[in-house]
Design a protein around this ligand. Structure first.
Ligand SMILES: [Zn+2]
Length: 55
């Protein structure tokens, strides 16, 4: 498995997995070598836009 953001193999890392519940089913959004890649990916995809739990 490779990092969703940078494509690096995850075997050498302690990867961070992200999944999301959609229509009652867990779907995998991505896997990242670290929180740096996760954060950069969130910035690029704007996956976190509007996802704040505070209303
Ligand atoms: Zn990465």
């Amino acid at each position: 498995m490779n990092c969703t953001y940078c494509g690096e193999g995850l075997a050498a890392y302690d990867p961070v997995f992200v999944d999301r519940e959609r229509d009652g089913e867990r779907t995998e959004e991505g896997a990242f070598c670290n929180y740096g890649c996760l954060s950069a990916w969130l910035d690029e995809t704007e996956a976190a836009t509007g996802a704040c739990c505070r209303i």
